[in-house]
Design a protein around this ligand. Structure first.
Ligand code: C2E
Ligand code: MG
Ligand code: MG
Length: 315
């Protein structure tokens, strides 16, 4: 049973009946023999989600997606060696949405395939333009996040392959980032797919490493080239205690497996000093540079900037 109470803002009687109907629907979802009162907030959330789902389908054709790029730097010198492409959705009424607000939804609706293809082709062409335009960027690589749902779909895999096959993409300077959890959920298919993609010359990075559940033995079997160490390993207060020991362990593991390591989420000078001390070669984070639109990153690249922490107190 669902119930709704007339409020001062309730309009025509039909609205009250729709609210009661919605409450009944929620009650039914909760199981048998239940009743529920209309919950305006829950209703708004669901209506917004439904609207967002519908809008998502046209986000690519309406050119509402945009990319930001976050530099990845050599920690010793501050030289920018790569950039990670991060997608944003410039929604016509809600403004700029972060990936956390729409990627999970896009995975549900299937729009992730179109979004993923757009990100891959846009980011790889942008990086290729930077390489041609600026001699100091000749080796700049670009990292692209793949959703776990992009790998198992043969149709989508073929679409990714056709982008990589295009010489304009310069596949040998592309890094594809996948999470451990993504691989774990589609183990065999995922690994076969990654191996196929690697044949185009791309490198594979394991994103957010250390937060998933992959065992160390699986790691050795993954066709990975790079470990991206999740920022939770830097987030602890005791940078010289447990986190340092864990970081050292992961860096040692990467070295043994012949993988490059990138530390994610470097936010303060102490973290940078710790990573440098442990011999971690590459990193990214707000301290070095926040993600920015192409023209802002282009300015950094054009100036051949060295990303160094700002003087103490200004971070
Ligand atoms: P990720 O791939 O691990 O990306 C790093 C995230 O950490 C980015 O958030 C970035 O802005 C943020 N970040 C960078 N440096 C720092 C720092 O120093 N401190 C903190 N606290 N955060 C930092 P963003 O852009 O919101 O992206 C979130 C996640 O969304 C990404 O995590 C990635 O998993 C996903 N994502 C982003 N773009 C795409 C895409 O094109 N396709 C897919 N499938 N997923 C994407
Ligand atoms: Mg990533
Ligand atoms: Mg990450």
């Amino acid at each position: 049973m669902g119930a709704a109470l007339r409020q001062p803002e309730t309009g025509e009687p039909a609205e009250l009946s729709r609210q009661a109907d919605f409450a009944m629907y929620m009650a039914k979802q909760g199981g048998k023999g239940r009743y529920q009162r209309f919950d305006a907030e829950g209703y708004d959330r669901m209506a917004q989600r439904a609207a967002l789902r519908a809008d998502l389908a046209t986000a690519v054709p309406r050119r509402q997606l945009q990319l930001e790029y976050q530099p990845v730097a050599e920690l010793r010198t501050g030289e920018i060696v790569g950039v990670e492409a991060l997608v944003r959705w410039n929604h016509p009424t809600l403004g700029l949405l972060q990936p956390g607000e729409f990627i999970p939804l896009a995975e549900e609706t299937g729009d992730i395939e179109a979004i993923g293809r757009w990100v891959l082709s846009t980011a790889s062409r942008q990086a290729a333009r930077w390489r041609t335009a600026m001699s100091q960027c000749g080796n700049l690589w670009v990292s692209i996040n793949l959703s776990s749902l992009q790998l198992p779909s043969p149709r989508n895999l073929a679409a990714i392959e056709s982008i990589l096959r295009d010489p304009a993409s310069q596949a040998d300077k592309i890094v594809l980032e996948v999470t451990e959890t993504a691989l774990a959920s589609s183990v065999d298919g995922g690994i076969t797919a990654l191996n196929r993609l690697k044949s185009f010359g791309v490198r594979i990075a394991i994103d957010d490493f250390g937060t998933g559940y992959s065992s160390l033995s699986t790691l050795a079997d993954l066709p990975a080239d790079i470990l991206k160490i999740d920022r939770s390993f830097l987030a602890g207060d005791d940078t010289d205690g447990l986190s340092a020991a864990l970081l050292e362990g992961i860096l040692g593991l990467a070295q043994k497996l012949n993988l490059d390591a990138i530390a994610e989420g470097i936010e303060d000078p102490a973290q940078l000093a710790l990573l440098r001390g442990l011999g971690c070669r590459l990193g990214q984070g707000y301290l070095l540079s926040r993600p920015g639109p192409a023209r802002a990153i282009e300015a950094l690249l054009a100036a051949d900037a060295r990303l160094q922490p700002p003087p103490e107190g200004q971070a």
